[in-house]
Design a protein around this ligand. Structure first.
Ligand SMILES: C[S@@+](CC[C@H](N)C(=O)[O-])C[C@H]1O[C@@H](n2cnc3c(N)ncnc32)[C@H](O)[C@@H]1O
Length: 281
């Protein structure tokens, strides 16, 4: 039987994934192999001549089969990177997107000028936004809330690992603010915001993510509008609500905010699309 080195295996796998039309073929093959070999991805390059054992090869082949069926790498290996931290994830939560790091940056900037406080992260999913803010901001407690029981389980695991058990975080299961007693200095929310048409046109890979994490009603703004309505009472004075939305909902969102007389600023993402809204209280 042929013995494979890391270098040979990566090349062969990449070519195979290209033929099968899989996105990011080289990156996929590297991340999956690095996970099997318990190495950092870039360390593979230092060990190109290392032989892969039969057991490692069998497990790698299983991973590749799942990748070819369209399963995202992050679900296969059960983890993802966000804001320089490693988070556990599974199929019950959305795969965090790098775009959402903007919310974390803005929240960290806010707390830099203050001595601690509370961040409430609504629709927390795996907890990435709230946990990252608390991780990098001394004396900040994260309240992590989601309507999904599974998301709360995943967020708890991540919070226990990164913030340690104690008074740095609490988790809550509920519809938006339901069940939360604390008021927030910062409220972050990356709630489902895709509209009906966008959901109908989702790419195959995104379809493996939970639809309840993506669909925001006919115009994509159902939950965001409800959240804005409720946020004022849940916010300490001088606080900020930091939201992610989709550019398709920009006009509807602005009409809603203006009607309510709220002070807000919209920001674009690195694709030059409006994606973020900060409301000051
Ligand atoms: C787009 S995902 C974002 C997850 C995470 N914040 C992130 O950025 O990776 C939206 C999350 O909102 C949650 N959600 C949906 N409806 C909700 C509601 N009414 N109240 C609270 N959370 C909700 C979903 O369960 C899902 O975890």
């Amino acid at each position: 039987m042929k013995e494979w080195t890391i270098g040979e295996l990566l090349k062969e796998t990449k070519d195979y994934l290209v033929k099968k039309g899989i996105s990011e073929p080289r990156l996929s093959s590297e991340l999956l192999l690095a996970d099997i070999l318990k190495m950092k991805r870039l360390d593979l390059y230092l060990k190109f001549d290392r032989k892969v054992t039969q057991d490692e090869l069998d497990r790698y082949r299983d991973f590749i089969k799942r990748r070819i069926k369209g399963e995202p790498v992050q679900y296969i290996i059960g983890k993802t990177e966000f804001f320089g931290l490693s988070f556990h994830i599974d199929r019950s939560v959305l795969i965090p997107r790098p775009e959402s790091e903007f919310l974390v940056e803005k929240a960290i900037d806010y707390f830099k000028k203050r001595d601690g406080g509370i961040i409430i992260d609504i629709g927390t999913g795996s907890g990435v936004i709230g946990i990252s803010v608390a991780y990098y901001s001394p004396n900040v407690k994260a309240v992590l809330s989601d309507i999904s029981e599974d998301a709360i389980r995943v967020a708890s695991l991540n919070a226990e690992k990164l913030l340690e058990v104690g008074d740095r975080f609490m988790v809550n299961k509920g519809d938006l603010f339901e069940g939360i007693e604390e008021k927030g200095d910062i409220i972050t929310a990356n709630l489902p915001y895709l509209n009906r048409e966008q959901i109908d046109n989702l790419q195959k890979e995104v379809r493996s993510e939970p639809i309840s994490a993506l669909y925001g009603g006919e115009d994509g703004l159902d939950l965001i509008k409800r959240l804005i309505d409720e946020a004022e009472e849940r916010m300490n004075e001088g606080g900020e609500l930091i939201l992610e939305f989709d550019e398709a909902g920009k006009e509807g969102l602005e009409i809603f905010l203006k009607n309510k007389g709220l002070e807000y600023t919209l920001y674009k993402d690195y694709n030059n699309l409006y994606r973020y809204c900060i409301i000051e209280y």
